[in-house]
Design a protein. Structure first.
Ligand code: 5AD
Ligand code: SF4
Length: 449
């Protein structure tokens, strides 16, 4: 009888990509992939730990999985950043977990499954003396690149490609460098060949992933730079778009801006994580740029790539943030005119520098600032949206809209969602749409030739 496996994903695009790899490994082992936990023999929980709140969600889900395990013996495997961070500690709270596995160990899934099966045979036979053996914990990592796993993606339009692992920046609020280790990058030729494969298979969008994409090339040979990588992929024949996340504003060199400007295949949407608009706070965050340098970068991006849309990440309530400092953030938000922003209240991550700082900000103040920031950004997003009225946009069709089944959902090169009426066979194609209605987060339009 065939076996089923489920992969549940929390967190960023990197986790989405790693979940695709886990699915591929499980399929190669002969498992069917299902979303139904109640039919699953093996459930992977691919976790995130970047902000508080992630843990609460994971604990809730683990409670649910424990019931499945008690009822049917479903195995529980926890992977991802939270697994890496917590390691064995998780077993104290949840002895029901069978395998704990860090980010760099997913290629060892077959080995881990074999081990756990052997252990459980021993348990069944009543021969287990060493209680610790009941679980498998694999959270080690080294300086080598993890083995390459070519994933078949669920979505047949976008292929995501990890170009590098880890982060060397140590922004003082961030746990990522502790759980994902130091930066290492995949050689350019390998990446360009992989991208060629994806284009040949018919993918219409290539998403490049790394914690800090524009540090690409550290440790590789001269000439293996992010700008050259982008150009190399843009040179592949075919009609497709290239996206990338996340760049670091400090490392956004002119050669990268020029390559984007020259190549319409590179999406007109750039993520420029601000984090704070105050030079004092940016310094305390160890971000490596000032408010003025950031705004210069924004100006440069907008003037050299006239149709570019910007998005950002912002944290409010970092330790020591005064009302004055927060106003600097609001000021940048007004000036930069982002299409979208991901906005967060600062949360302490154990082991980081900011976690130790005195002057932590009260919850109420953080909440208030977040609300004010969200309402300003909503106004800005609304303004940006209105600028699309009457324009003709080339969009990539993703399929039926989830909310409105009669409509197709698509995205512009600038990453705006556009809904329109059209034949479902347009899925995966580029079409021209005339925009005739602009809501804050969604545009509407009709097909034009
Ligand atoms: N508290 C709040 N937000 C955080 N981020 C990272 N660490 C923290 C933290 N401790 C946010 C940053 C980052 C995004 C992925 O998550 O804005 O860019
Ligand atoms: Fe975290 Fe900063 Fe690295 Fe991004 S660049 S992963 S925010 S340490």
């Amino acid at each position: 009888m065939s076996k089923n496996a489920t992969v549940i994903t929390y967190g960023c695009q990197m986790n989405v990509n790693e979940s695709a790899k886990i699915r591929t490994i499980m399929e190669d082992l002969g498992y069917n992939i299902t979303e139904k936990i109640e039919e699953s023999d093996m459930v992977f929980l691919n976790t995130c730990t970047v902000r508080e709140g992630a843990a609460t969600k994971i604990y809730g889900k683990l409670g649910e999985l424990k019931k499945a395990r008690d009822a049917r013996g479903t195995k529980i495997i926890i992977t991802g950043c939270f697994a890496q961070e917590q390691g064995k500690k998780l077993l104290q709270k949840f002895p029901c977990i069978d395998i704990i596995m860090g980010n760099q160990n997913i290629s060892k899934i077959p080995e881990a499954l074999e081990k756990i099966e052997k252990v459980q045979e021993v348990i069944k036979a009543g021969k287990l003396r060493d209680k610790k053996l009941k679980h498998v914990v694999l959270t080690g990592y080294d300086d080598e690149l993890p083995p390459r796993i070519d994933a078949d993606f669920n979505n047949d339009i976008t292929a995501s490609m990890t170009i590098g692992y880890g982060c060397n920046n140590f922004c003082t609020y961030c746990i990522v460098p502790y759980v994902r280790g130091r930066e290492k990058y995949i050689p350019m030729e390998e990446l360009i060949n992989q991208a060629k494969e994806y284009v040949k298979k018919g993918y219409k969008e290539i998403m490049l992933l790394a914690q800090n994409v524009n540090s690409y090339g550290k440790g590789l040979s001269e000439g293996e730079t992010f700008a050259n990588l982008l150009q190399g992929i843009a040179d592949i024949e075919g009609d497709f778009l290239i996206r990338f996340i996340s760049p670091h504003p400090r490392d956004f060199t002119d050669d990268v801006i020029d390559v984007i400007a020259r190549n319409p295949k590179i999406a007109r949407s750039v993520h420029v994580p601000l984090q704070s608009g105050s030079t004092k706070i940016l310094n305390d965050m160890n971000r490596g740029y000032t408010k003025e340098q950031y705004l210069e970068l924004v100006d440069k991006l907008k003037s050299r790539i006239p149709d570019v849309a910007l998005s950002t990440d912002i944290i409010v309530g970092f330790p020591g943030e005064t009302e004055e400092n927060f106003k600097d953030t609001l000021d940048v938000v007004k000036k930069a005119k982002y299409d979208t922003a991901f906005m967060f209240m600062y949360s302490i991550r154990t082991g980081t520098k900011a976690g130790e700082m005195e002057e932590q900000i009260e919850e109420e103040v953080k909440k208030d600032r977040l609300q004010r920031l969200i309402s300003l950004q909503t106004e800005m997003s609304n303004e940006v949206s209105k600028e699309y009225y009457g324009k003709i946009e080339r969009v990539l069709v993703e399929g039926a809209s989830r909310k409105n089944k009669d409509m197709l959902s698509s995205r512009t090169s600038s990453n705006k969602v556009v809904l329109f009426k059209g034949d479902p066979s347009l899925k995966g194609q580029f079409v021209n749409i005339k925009i005739n209605q602009c809501k804050t987060w969604t545009l509407y339009g009709e097909v034009v030739d």
